[in-house]
Design a protein around this ligand. Structure first.
Ligand SMILES: NC(=O)c1ccc[n+]([C@@H]2O[C@H](COP(=O)([O-])OP(=O)(O)OC[C@H]3O[C@@H](n4cnc5c(N)ncnc54)[C@H](O)[C@@H]3O)[C@@H](O)[C@H]2O)c1
Ligand SMILES: N[C@H](C(=O)O)[C@H](O)COP(=O)(O)O
Length: 327
């Protein structure tokens, strides 16, 4: 069956439009609908020196494989023309509108899932819009209490208990309730979307050496250990809390299906060191399938032809895999 995926082109001054045009140079077995301003795509294609023929998305047509050199585009108009590499506050509402169209279309079952190219969180906030990331935006739009950010390569999955939070606020956010919600979502979605019947999850401690029996922090003794014991009583297969510095070694990883880090920069540097450019960012716990790239807007590379589309292709493959598993 030919599936249809929506791809948001992300920050218009960044590499998102470039990547959409680059991947359009090859044939895809499924239909990729890019949500962006068509003029932006034509201008960026000219800058990159790549051929591009645009077909406007038509809701009434059945999905069909994407041809080389052609992009199906669901149009959203920019507020201001774009110069590659130069952020503009005026286009922040455009960026958010592409996300809204994508997620609403997924909820309405127009497409099987959403794949997002990178947005620039700072410029959206500069426009006076509180925005910490796609993950939290889609959580709030879909009206769910919790979602889980998981980045994955073919052989490593890293999920996070907390996402885009200042480091000083992390300890207070590591509560039994949050750990339970996140771990249950991670477990359930590994079963549902990744076909792992009884996932084994390695859980990191928060403090150095997982708190060293309370001498280097008490969150493990007071919160994490009792909560993991409650979750084990529900039947979840969990190991931890393990010291985060040695959790990501082959000895532990060879027996695990996923790892759960307590905060963003505890888990993601390991994942990105291991597989930057070959990983996908997956939001678990949403009523729709959503994957993304493992990198940011790379303003320094926009329009240069040097951006690597590996992660966008991985994110598309993962979304298709999840959709196929879920059907
Ligand atoms: N999925 C997303 O929307 C997403 C993900 C990560 C970061 N961001 C945002 O992107 C903005 C810039 O973040 P940053 O500078 O920390 O990270 P970045 O990933 O944009 O850049 C880090 C480095 O990696 C390089 N790089 C990134 N993507 C590349 C690619 N596809 N091919 C080749 N090189 C690539 C860049 O040139 C730069 O040297 C921030 O606003 C951040 O929040 C968004
Ligand atoms: N935390 C992600 C990363 O480091 O790759 C990135 O900021 C994107 O997050 P969202 O998908 O929530 O925008």
């Amino acid at each position: 069956m030919t599936l249809r995926l929506a791809i948001t082109a992300g920050e218009p001054a960044g590499i998102g439009p470039d990547l959409c045009i680059q991947i359009a140079q090859q044939v895809h077995a499924h239909e990729l609908v890019v949500i962006a301003d068509p003029q932006l795509l034509q201008q960026r294609a000219a800058l990159l020196g790549l051929p591009l023929s645009i077909r406007l998305y038509n809701d009434a047509e059945a999905p069909r494989p994407s041809c080389a050199g052609e992009l199906c585009v669901c149009p959203v108009a920019l507020a201001q023309p774009v110069v590659a590499g130069q952020l503009q506050v005026a286009n922040s509402h455009y960026v958010l509108e592409t996300l809204r169209v994508a997620v609403q279309g997924a909820l309405d079952k127009r497409w099987a899932g959403i794949v997002t190219a990178p947005v620039h969180k700072g410029i959206i906030n500069d426009a006076g819009i509180a925005f910490s990331g796609h993950t939290e935006y889609f959580r709030d739009y879909c009206g769910v209490k919790e979602v889980v950010m998981m980045l994955a390569t073919s052989d490593l999955r890293v999920a996070l208990v907390t996402t885009h939070l200042p480091l000083k606020d992390v300890p207070a956010a590591i509560t039994p309730e949050r750990i339970k919600r996140v771990t249950r979502i991670l477990h359930n979605d590994l079963v549902t979307f990744f076909g792992i019947p009884a996932p084994h999850i390695l859980v990191a401690g928060l403090n150095p050496h997982a708190g060293e029996d309370g001498h280097l922090g008490r969150e493990e003794l007071d919160v994490i250990i009792p909560t993991l014991n409650d979750l084990r009583a529900e039947g979840l297969h969990l190991t931890g809390p393990l010291p985060a510095d040695t959790l990501y070694t082959p000895k532990h990883l060879q027996h695990a299906d996923a790892t759960l880090a307590m905060y963003h920069d505890q888990g993601l540097p390991v994942l990105k060191f291991h597989g930057f450019g070959r990983a996908a960012n997956i939001t678990l716990g949403l009523p729709v399938i959503r994957t993304s790239v493992d990198h940011g807007t790379a303003l320094d590379l926009a329009g240069s032809g040097k951006a690597d589309a590996g992660s966008l292709l991985t994110a598309i493959d993962v979304a298709l895999h999840m959709a196929a598993h879920h059907v």
